[in-house]
Ligand binder design. Structure first.
Ligand SMILES: Nc1ncnc2c1ncn2[C@@H]1O[C@H](COP(=O)(O)OP(=O)(O)O)[C@@H](O)[C@H]1O
Ligand code: SF4
Ligand SMILES: [Mg+2]
Length: 329
């Protein structure tokens, strides 16, 4: 695989006062993964598992109480190599928009609500394009058309657009500079299913036409099935399984992934899907050993004592579970 982004042993913790005690919330706890050029890498996992923290850390968008405890994030943009935590903050900022674009959760707010959409494009992109205004707007119009958006919408105010249209405009804004790497955090979560489909096909098209890589985060496995090439499953701040999408759905190996796949609604389903006992653990006081053990139907003694390492079980496929890899690791 031609790597665009390499994440090695990344740990990012929040400092928090909980019940009067100074604690560390271990939201990203030793995650390593690689994103290939031109692929859509999906990150899945239930709410509070650390997905947003992971991508903030990858994007270099961290501020207290969050801090990077250890690990490395390397980009290979424009034929070079950039170690983002070895860079000065200004250099890191310079990567934003040009090479890396980050569509944040609830990011429809990036469109300035009191100004016509056209101004959001000028504010974010004009200075990077080194073009005169007319040429710039020609380029914007071509980009919008390519994404099947009417350029006349530039004269609208954000509130005049439907939620789905606003989200598509946000994605058009985030991709106007053809960044190599686009991070999207739950970009379809607030949308209804039909509009979701439009936004997902737009993301697919961008990936296809511009060759950008995506890091696509959503808790919704149905969305991952549609859009992601590969999926990493996060549980309580750790990567527990990673596989190409098809394989992950056909034969999930980790008991938590098995639960996520089994709980997907299917057409014609009349029964409710099985639910998992218990709740995800607090990341300030996670369980010893495998963090999933209090909820795991396959739990063994070792699971309470040792952390299962993430093992490559076949090319392109990793899993952290003693029931799969055996306990001799
Ligand atoms: N500012 C903060 N201070 C302390 N803990 C936080 C803060 N923001 C998030 N967390 C905690 O970090 C964990 C991971 O959160 P998050 O990354 O938002 O998960 P997800 O995106 O998967 O829902 C959660 O336990 C959350 O409560
Ligand atoms: S390591 Fe043990 S507790 Fe963890 S998922 Fe595997 S079987 Fe379950
Ligand atoms: Mg989140």
């Amino acid at each position: 695989m031609d790597a665009l982004v390499e994440i090695e042993n990344l740990k990012a913790y929040y400092r928090a006062f909980l019940y009067g005690v100074d604690r560390e919330v271990r939201a990203v706890d030793d995650i390593s993964l690689t994103i290939g050029r031109g692929e859509i890498y999906g990150v899945a996992g239930e709410s509070s598992s650390g997905k947003t923290t992971l991508i903030k850390t990858i994007a270099g968008a961290i501020r207290p109480p969050l801090r990077v405890v250890s690990g490395k994030v390397t980009f290979h943009f424009a034929g070079g190599t950039q170690d983002i935590y070895a860079m000065k903050p200004e250099q890191r900022m310079a990567l934003r928009w040009l090479h890396l674009s980050y569509i944040m959760q609830g990011s429809m707010n990036v469109l300035n609500p009191v100004r016509r959409i056209r101004h959001s494009f000028t504010d974010f992109a004009l200075r990077h394009m080194k073009l005169g205004r007319d040429q710039f707007f020609e380029k914007v119009a071509t980009h919008l058309q390519r994404l099947k958006l009417d350029p006349h919408l530039l004269d609208a105010y954000p509130h005049e657009l439907s939620g789905g249209m606003r989200q598509r405009m946000t994605i058009a804004l985030a991709t106007i500079l053809t960044p190599e790497f686009i991070i999207a955090d739950e970009p379809t979560t607030a949308l209804d299913v039909i509009v979701q489909r439009d936004v997902l096909s737009m993301i697919r098209e961008i990936q296809h036409e511009m060759g950008s890589s995506f890091l696509f985060v959503t808790h919704d496995m149905g969305v991952h099935a549609t859009v992601s090439d590969r999926i990493g499953i996060i549980y309580a701040g750790r990567l527990v399984e990673e596989a190409p999408t098809r394989k992950l759905f056909d034969m999930p190996l980790h008991p938590y992934t098995q639960h996520l796949v089994a709980s997907l609604p299917r057409i014609g389903d009349v029964q409710t899907r099985p639910s998992l006992e218990g709740r995800p653990p607090s990341l300030a006081t996670p369980p010893e050993g495998c963090r999933f053990h209090p909820r795991c139907p396959k739990r063994m003694d070792i699971c309470m004592q040792k952390v299962p390492p993430l093992i490559t079980v076949e090319p392109g496929r990793r899993v952290a579970c003693f029931a799969v890899t055996g306990d001799q690791v």
